[in-house]
Design a protein around this ligand. Structure first.
Ligand code: NAG
Ligand code: NAG
Length: 773
């Protein structure tokens, strides 16, 4: 097979595999995906080399040995979201390679055990088991890394078989009916690093379960509901309190929490006393108001607190208590995001905050005004808030003397031309002001040492000339603005990355690459390029720099103007040097004109061009006239029997020999010497008389050949208007004409002489008379 053939073959194979929903990722992987295919049983037509089979989200209700026995290479089987009620683990007895089995979100009630399996990942969560589906054989799976379980009853004894395994993650889903008979100690013997317990949804947290597992580093608890205020989340707080003894625990995550403000702060306070370092809580629904006063920050291990997505049912109540508690936290990282929080107070003393993320809230320009206690802060994100005046934010940073990174993107920030104080924190290195309503005037006040500046999606139409010089600036993103040209690097001497796509750059200046020597990446695509001469230089320069430097080349760089080349890639845009160089163009036109003039002058001088033209003109006129006159009328106009054309050298013979002989027979003859009308041009006369004569007689001789006039007469006679095609020419050869003496341009005469029989003088004198009669 040739190389091309094998490539084509390869493509066909790949294409067919895609069609059949198979994917080949590497030699040892063969993935078959048949999810959401409406299947009611495992398909029978699976390729034997299948290593991964995904039949999730179908209606499969049974799994049998015969379904998978032939798939000897099967390693991964995903059957989540089906309707399987019963599982006999012995169906996998021949699947020796199987190490990943996902049977979550089925209707499993029972499994029957079998010793021959060795899974690394076994997910039986979100099923309908009563008791934990743990076989004693699971204890022989030393490789088990993930185990997903579900039950409505927990018993310490049921954990026993796997207690000695070092499972890195266990997901334990407690069914809706969990909690009737609890064994609070049931998790105590587990040896797990990461435990995720999902409590029943919509059920008040009244559980006794001890969630503190001594080996756990990370604990995640989902579905915590305690809204009955009189017990103040007692059960859950008791569960959290037990975490204190759990010295290894470092990460705690709570999901889907529904409680009161008071309980929420109580939870926070409790966690302050645990060994937890990273606490994250998301999807929180809070009720009521906060009556809580004091928060004890002392003696905590906590480093980072993250609160995501909070909704409250009461919208306006005094919140300063909450802000006070938050702002004085003695932790390094603090995130409050997606919470409709409208304000945050300045910490009352120098705060250990290093990282604050308050994105996606309702904070205003008032936040942290004149706040001198955030001097350690390095990163601040106020992305997606209600900030309006950049001047106030600039002032805010003034006292944040360690601030390196500020994200104020996705606000409505504006900056007027008349602002005069420019007090950015000098320490700022990364500034994100994208998606605001800033104009070019923002360039008049920027942090002097900034390295990365993101200004994409603003309202910048130009970068003013008198801007602050940013010697350290390396990355500038001004995409999606209305800039009309590339900024030079005069003010940004270190610039190495420029993003300026989706602007109004129509003819970027080519000297960009000269001034910006350090550029290592430029993205300037999706601009309305005017494909005219001015752009040539730029396209040439882009062609010279390496491909990696120009992002999106060539696909995103297209002509927008002129209409004829709209959509043409800049790469294919070429203009001839001539059409773009005015000097060259002028010279070329001038030279062409000169040559033309010289040619015309030459033709006039040597070939009497004007005469030719006049003659041609008259002939065409006459011809047109003749077309309009009916044939009969023209014939009525005939005055002569014959028109004689001859050279003046032969006039003696014509007058003494030919004329007397013809006229004696009453033949009316037209001679130019005799009949031509004075005052009319010769050509007009010739045409006129040839028209008025039945026949044209030509006296051929070497002189005739020499005479140009005679040649015209022959020409006109041959093309006679109303005798065309008829036999109206008579040629008399007075003296023999050697073929070579006929000039080559007289091809008419040559063809006539070759085609027609002519009369030779003097032998056929009688014949002439006869013909003319
Ligand atoms: C704080 O957050 C930053 C950014 O996410 C991270 O790099 C840093 O490790 C965090 N520090 C702590 C103590 O969590
Ligand atoms: C600035 O923030 C936007 C989101 O608002 C993000 O997409 C962008 O990557 C950020 N820029 C930098 C330089 O981090």
């Amino acid at each position: 097979m040739t190389k091309t053939n094998s490539i084509i073959f390869y493509f066909i194979v790949v294409f067919m595999l895609i069609l059949l929903n198979f994917q080949v990722s590497d030699e040892s992987e063969f993935i078959v995906v048949r999810s959401k295919a409406g299947l009611t049983c495992v398909p029978k037509d699976l390729p034997l080399e299948t290593t991964t089979l995904d039949v999730s989200q179908n209606y499969i209700s049974e799994l049998q040995t015969s379904d998978i026995v032939s798939l000897s290479k099967l390693r991964i089987l995903i059957m989540s979201y089906n309707r399987i009620q019963y599982l006999d683990i012995s169906v996998f007895k021949f699947s020796t390679e199987l190490e990943y089995l996902d049977l979550s979100h089925n209707k499993l009630e029972v499994i029957s055990c079998h010793p021959t399996v060795n899974f690394k990942h076994l997910d039986l969560s979100f099923n309908a088991f009563d008791a934990l589906p743990i076989c004693k054989e699971f204890g022989n799976m030393p490789q088990l890394k993930f185990l997903g379980l579900s039950a409505i009853q927990l018993q310490k004894s049921s954990m026993q078989p796997i207690a000695h395994l070092n499972i890195s993650k266990v997901l334990l889903v407690l069914g809706d009916n969990y909690g009737e008979k609890e064994d609070p100690e049931s998790l105590q013997d587990f040896s797990i690093e990461n435990l995720h317990i999902v409590f029943p949804m919509k059920k008040e947290f009244r559980f006794m379960l001890d969630v503190s597992v001594s080996t756990a580093v990370s604990l995640e608890l989902s579905n915590i509901k305690c809204v009955v205020d009189d017990i103040e989340c007692f059960y859950f707080l008791s569960a959290l309190a037990k975490l204190r003894k759990n010295r290894r625990l470092s990460n705690l995550t709570l999901n889907n929490v529904e409680t009161t403000w008071n309980s929420f702060i109580a939870i926070l306070q409790l966690i302050w006393y645990t060994p937890v370092e990273y606490f994250s809580v998301s999807n929180v629904k809070l009720q009521g108001q906060l009556a809580f006063r004091n928060f004890d920050y002392s003696d905590t291990s906590l480093k980072a607190l993250s609160i995501y997505q909070v909704v409250t049912d009461v919208f306006s109540f005094p919140q300063s208590n909450i802000y006070r508690i938050f702002s004085n936290m003695n932790i390094q990282n603090f995130t409050v995001s997606g919470t409709r929080m409208i304000h945050m107070l300045c910490p009352s003393q120098v705060s250990p905050f290093l990282y604050l993320d308050f994105s996606n809230n309702l904070l205003t320009d008032m936040v942290f005004t004149s706040c001198g206690s955030l001097t350690k802060l390095k990163t601040l994100s106020l992305q997606m808030n209600q900030l309006k005046e950049l001047a106030k934010i600039i002032l805010m940073t003034k006292e944040m003397t360690s601030l390196q990174k500020l994200d104020i993107s996705q606000n409505s920030l504006r900056y007027g031309d008349d602002e005069n104080s420019c007090s950015w924190a000098k320490s700022l290195l990364i500034l994100n002001m994208s998606s605001n309503t800033l104009t070019g005037s923002v360039f008049r006040c920027l942090p002097p040492r900034v390295k990365v500046l993101d200004l994409h999606n603003n309202k910048i139409t130009n970068i003013p000339k008198d801007i602050t010089h940013l010697q350290a600036l390396q990355e500038l993103n001004v995409a999606s603005n209305s800039l009309t040209d590339l900024p030079g690097c005069g003010a940004f001497s270190s610039l190495s990355v420029l993003v300026i796509d989706h602007n109004s750059v129509s003819h970027p200046s080519a000297d960009f690459f000269q001034t910006c020597q350090k550029i290592s990446s430029i993205a300037a695509g999706n601009n309305p390029f005017r494909c005219t001469c001015e752009l040539r230089e730029f396209v040439k320069k882009i062609g010279q720099v390496s491909r990696e430097v120009v992002e999106g080349w060539p696909d995103s760089y297209k002509c927008d103007y002129p209409d004829s080349s709209k959509g043409t890639p800049l790469q294919d845009f070429h203009m001839s040097p001539l059409s773009c160089n005015t000097v060259l163009l002028t010279v070329t036109i001038g030279v062409t004109m000169l040559v033309l003039a010289a040619t015309v002058a030459f033709l006039c001088l040597y070939f009497d061009l004007p005469w030719y033209l006049r003659m041609l003109c008259q002939w065409t006129q006459t011809r047109r006239r003749a077309r309009n006159i009916p044939l009969e009328e023209l014939q009525r106009n005939l005055q002569f029997h014959a028109f004689i054309s001859y050279s003046s050298h032969d006039s003696a013979w014509v007058k003494s020999e030919l004329l007397p002989n013809l006229e004696k027979d009453d033949i009316r003859i037209c001679l130019h010497e005799r009949n031509f009308v004075p005052g009319k041009s010769i050509v007009e006369n010739i045409i006129n008389f040839i028209e008025k004569s039945h026949k044209s007689i030509f006296v051929l001789s070497p002189h005739f050949v020499q005479s140009e006039w005679c040649h015209y007469e022959l020409y006109f006679a041959h093309h006679n208007l109303f005798h065309e095609g008829s036999d109206n020419l008579i040629l008399i050869l007075l003296e023999p004409i050697p073929q070579y003496s006929i000039p080559s341009s007289y091809h008419k005469l040559k063809t006539l002489m070759a085609r027609r029989t002519y009369l030779e003088w003097p032998m056929e004198k009688k014949e002439i008379n006869h013909t003319q009669g």
